[in-house]
Write a protein that binds this ligand. Structure first.
Ligand code: BES
Ligand code: MN
Ligand code: ZN
Length: 510
């Protein structure tokens, strides 16, 4: 896969004033002490240039703000970037992640080639250094990411690579930072990989080409394998849900199955977690066709599945002592003479029959086969990720993903990982009263519920396919895309889920 911007990231033990770089990035709090003591020392060398800016009121240290000063040879760095961290008592890991992302985003826009992050210095002992290293690496990848592989007339000549250093004057501290930074770099790279794959349009990524990308991804990654069920195997296995959704398109459906086990380790006693991700490479709605406004965004309906692929890549590169499966059902939902129809009754892999009331409720139809397959293989835990319902966006906006499930411990673990990774979730219900709405008079289930609580009824539908397995569902509709670029991110795919799922899996091993 084409590398979009190559990020080369490491830690370095160096005095701030002696750090040679295109831009040295320091954090500033907004309350009272805008200047942390390490920043004050730097400012003395700059003859009070930083104090000057803050005195003018041009920069107040608010989050998502940054300003650049020129050092005129007074320190080794060409420039100093001040990035706002907001109120000191509110600052957490995600504040630092977004600050690093803001800085990296600006650096790429300024066409700089190197950046040194000293953002963690004012945070004191509140946060562990290794967690800070992880967060800064994730942020640096996140903010420097661009998607421009189809822009042939590059007007701007952005740099092909960015060298990122996380700097600290104390070698012991650098070592701790570096432990987290190595993991953060793996996760950051995986997330950028996910964003590129998701940003690719539906005339490039369809179920077969997505399966090829998955097969290519596992090449050379130790412990990770990829198998693909094509339409013939899907028929043989009676995966009626995936086949129904894929029936309207010339590009046939697939089920991608990734398996990871740590190499050279006994793996029988390790827990097995199955991640299941929706990969509808384009969701037109099918016969129940969507309105045309913003339909282009439905190329991102594969985001959940891609988050699963990228998480498997990260887990394998980290060599986590776990068995992890990635099940990615993929189909293109189009209207045509061969499409599935409203009124059809589909027999799914589980044997359960589903009355189709709306062909646009296709995500649950492909997920139910993959969930039933995971449950049948007897894995301990199943987590699915899907851009499943507009209703979830109505409920939560695009700040938090919906989290549903049948196991309180699993819900708690995912909530913890969400807070650590800055990919936030909100627990929503999906119990029996919601499941009741999904019963059909002429089949076992129907694929849509009533008017209200659509995110919850969708989850309640999925719950019917996991049996007794501990299961959680992440509805990431609305979290998959930045409609506009922000201070810390380019527009397009967010890669949501890669940090959350990888952090959840890392937590299982510590
Ligand atoms: N992929 C959509 C959900 C979606 C909508 C994701 C907007 C991101 C942005 C999903 O397949 C869908 O169409 N869901 C329907 C379900 C309904 C027909 C029960 C919806 O939410 O309208
Ligand atoms: Mn749909
Ligand atoms: Zn969809």
């Amino acid at each position: 896969m084409k590398q979009i911007i190559e990020v080369d990231i490491r830690t370095r033990t160096v005095d701030m004033a002696r750090c040679k770089t295109d831009v040295l990035v320091v954090g500033c709090f907004s309350d009272g002490t805008v200047l942390d003591k390490t920043v004050k020392a730097l400012d003395d060398k700059l003859d009070g240039a930083i104090r000057g800016v803050t005195k003018l009121g041009d920069f107040k240290g608010a989050v998502k703000t940054a300003t650049v000063l020129y050092s005129h040879g007074k320190i080794a760095a060409e420039r100093v970037m001040l990035v706002g961290l907001g109120e000191q008592k509110k600052a957490d890991l995600d504040t630092l992640r977004k600050a690093a992302a803001t800085a990296a985003n600006q650096a790429v826009s300024m066409k700089l080639k190197s950046i040194a992050l000293a953002l963690h210095t004012g945070i004191g002992d509140k946060l562990a250094l290794s967690a800070l290293g992880k967060t800064l690496a994730e942020g640096a990848y996140f903010g420097s990411y661009r998607y421009d592989e189809f822009v042939t007339q590059a007007k701007n000549g952005r740099p092909g690579s960015l060298r990122v250093e996380v700097v600290d004057p104390d070698a012991k501290r650098t070592k701790k930072l570096n432990e987290g930074l190595c993991a953060g770099a793996v996760i950051g790279r995986a997330q950028s990989f996910a964003r590129t794959l998701a940003n690719r349009p539906a005339n490039v990524i369809n179920p077969p080409t997505l399966a090829k990308a998955a097969a290519e991804m596992v090449r050379g990654v130790r412990g990770l394998t990829c198998a693909v069920f094509d339409e013939k195997q899907l028929k043989a296995k009676k995966m009626g849900g995936i086949l129904a959704v894929g029936a309207g398109s010339h590009t046939p459906p697939r089920l991608i199955i990734l398996k990871y086990s740590p190499p050279n380790k006994p793996t029988k006693s390790l827990p097995t977690v199955a991640l299941v991700g929706k990969a509808v490479t384009f969701d037109s709605g099918g016969i129940s066709i969507k309105p045309s406004a913003d339909m282009d965004q439905m190329k991102l309906d594969k985001s959940g599945g891609i988050a699963v692929l990228a998480t498997l890549k990260a887990v394998a590169e980290l060599g986590l002592p776990l068995n992890v499966w990635g099940l990615v059902p993929s189909a293109e939902n189009l209207p045509s003479g061969s499409s599935y129809r409203p009124g059809d009754i589909v027999t799914t892999y589980s044997g359960k029959t589903v009355e189709i009331l709306n062909t646009d409720a296709e995500g649950r139809m492909i997920l139910c086969d993959a969930l039933a397959y995971a449950a049948k293989q007897k894995c301990g835990t199943i987590i699915d990720v899907a851009t499943l319902t507009g209703a979830c966006m109505v409920a939560l906006g695009n700040y938090k993903a919906g989290l549903m499930g049948n196991d309180d411990d699993l819900i708690a673990q995912i909530r913890k990982a969400a807070d650590q990774s800055g990919e936030y979730v909100w627990h929503l219900p999906s119990g029996d009263e919601y499941a009741e709405e999904m019963k059909s008079k002429i089949a076992d289930l129907r694929n849509t519920g009533g008017r209200w609580g659509g995110a919850c009824t969708a989850a309640a539908f999925l719950r019917q396919f996991v049996g007794e397995t501990a299961w959680a569902h992440l509805d990431i509709a609305g979290m998959d895309i930045f409609q506009k670029g922000t201070e810390y991110a380019a527009c397009g795919s967010t890669g949501f889920g890669v940090r959350l799922l990888t952090t959840y899996l890392m937590n299982l091993t510590s």
